[in-house]
Write a protein that binds this ligand. Sequence first.
Ligand SMILES: C[S@@+](CC[C@H](N)C(=O)[O-])C[C@H]1O[C@@H](n2cnc3c(N)ncnc32)[C@H](O)[C@@H]1O
Length: 243
Amino acid sequence: MMNTQTRSPAPAVAPEDVRLGSGEMFDAIAHRYDFLNRIISLGIDQRWRRRTVDALRVSAGHHVLDVATGTADLAILTAKRTGAQVTGVDPSVNMLKHGQVKVDKRGLPISLVCGDAQDLTFADDTFDGATIAFGIRNVPDRARGLAEMNRVLKPGARLAVLELSEPRAGILGPLARFHIHHVVPFLGALISGNKEYRYLQKSIADFPPPQAFASLMTDAGFRVTEVTPLTFGVCCLYVGEAS
Ligand SMILES: C[S@@+](CC[C@H](N)C(=O)[O-])C[C@H]1O[C@@H](n2cnc3c(N)ncnc32)[C@H](O)[C@@H]1O
């Protein structure tokens, strides 16, 4: 069952008041999110998610936290691939509702909870692993979100962060930048009619380069063990061990 008790559903807000990247923004696009995700990432997103799950090194009997779980794709993959129990957290009630339908269909040990990465409602040292896919970009205070994940992880447990980044070098860099700056907003606007996909492009361009983000993880108490660019640097996988 989805637990929305920890935080009340987002109140109705005028579109101009919706903070881009927030739970309210994702509430508005939740019904198209999975479809758009596959198109925009050219179907590669599930391959990236598998890498993320494997980086955790968890198995049956472990408990994994998936932050910014959205429609629960990564939570589902983690439960299926490892046998671990998964708790997914996200502030968007609508994204969670779509995720809950998918979880129920598969009968997996996943619970979805409404909440914010910056203020996790779990006790210290609760989880054996944590993930956040395409989510840390949306967290206003990333340092605080990372510190919260460090707090709820057991010492030595792994955090795997999957995030889009702007490819800055390499022969395919210009092609990937063209995809992010032109193809993504065009497809997003065409299919959804929303300005949110402009936000996606801008938020990717504004995200710190991999080494700078890895430093943020270190500052939050993680020992960073891996920073791996994926698919010509369009995406990056960061892995760290909690202290
Ligand atoms: C691009 S979606 C990613 C969803 C999912 N992880 C995936 O792989 O498809 C970003 C998610 O971040 C969530 N989000 C926004 N602000 C957040 C916050 N402060 N704390 C946690 N999640 C947040 C949104 O509601 C949205 O579901």
